[in-house]
Design a protein around this ligand. Structure first.
Ligand SMILES: *Cc1c(COP(=O)(O)O)cnc(C)c1O
Length: 237
């Protein structure tokens, strides 16, 4: 058999190093420290063996957007591998019970209805679930998430749900060719977070924003979590 260049794991290692360097440079440009930004590896397009490789390479956080996919992968891996699994997609209320078994946190809480079901199920298993409220800042009809105007009322409701712990906000920016065009969306989410802190008196430490296309701009605008798939798996799959 001929030698076919670098192995998938070597490619993954190189991609990961490149992303970590770009994250660190973005931090440096705005006077932030690299440890202030968490990389969430979005593994929806890869299989369990790649998740295993990520774990070996020091990745700590995994994002999946479908309960069924996370279930299949964790079954194949024999568990979570000690990784933190984030639910980052729209969660249907009929999958909440299962989601609580698979995910440590829900970064895409997008309605009061979902919050109430999550809290009810979390109470049933004695858990307190960290959540981020997904905001539809850009107002695109195709996106999940609450409109900025609805945020204060949702936060008020969340504070009455003892089994949820609100930790901040999340957004999906519209896809655009030039990542700079996304900057106003990220800046708007940061401002919503400032208002949400004042409104609730909670620390709300997290802003989950930025994907392969635009994570550097998101970090410059204050992201504490970036969710990256495509850039991480380039050439690997
Ligand atoms: C797929 C996905 C990502 C990652 O997007 P890439 O462009 O592949 O980096 C981030 N967040 C959510 C909610 C996703 O569904």
């Amino acid at each position: 058999m001929s030698h076919c260049g670098p192995s998938a794991e070597e490619l993954l290692r190189g991609n990961l190093e490149g992303i970590r360097l770009r994250m660190a440079s973005a931090c440096e440009r705005v006077g932030r420290k690299p440890h202030e930004v968490l990389l969430v590896a979005v593994t929806k397009s890869v299989g369990p063996q790649t998740i295993r490789a990520l774990e070996r390479l020091g990745v700590t956080d995994i994002g999946e957007n479908r309960v069924q996919d996370a279930l299949a992968k964790q079954e194949s891996l024999g568990g979570t591998l000690g990784l933190r699994w984030h639910m980052i997609g729209h969660l249907q209320t009929n999958k909440v019970r299962r989601a609580l078994q698979l995910f440590e946190r829900v970064d895409s809480l997008d309605s009061l209805h979902l919050a109430e079901e999550l809290a009810r199920r979390a109470a049933g298993v004695g858990k307190v679930v960290p959540v981020l409220v997904e905001c539809n800042v850009s107002g695109e009809a195709s996106k999940f998430g609450v409109r900025p105007a609805e945020l204060p009322a949702l936060l008020d409701s969340l504070m009455g749900l003892a089994h949820l712990r609100p930790e901040g906000l999340m957004t999906m920016a519209p896809y655009v060719e030039n990542p700079e065009a996304t900057r106003p969306v990220f800046a708007a989410l940061r401002e919503l977070l400032v208002k949400a802190r004042a409104h609730t008196g909670l620390p709300l430490p997290h802003l989950s924003m930025g994907m392969s296309q635009d994570f550097e701009v998101a970090i410059e605008e204050g992201a504490t979590m970036v969710r990256i798939g495509t850039a991480l798996f380039k050439g690997v799959i």
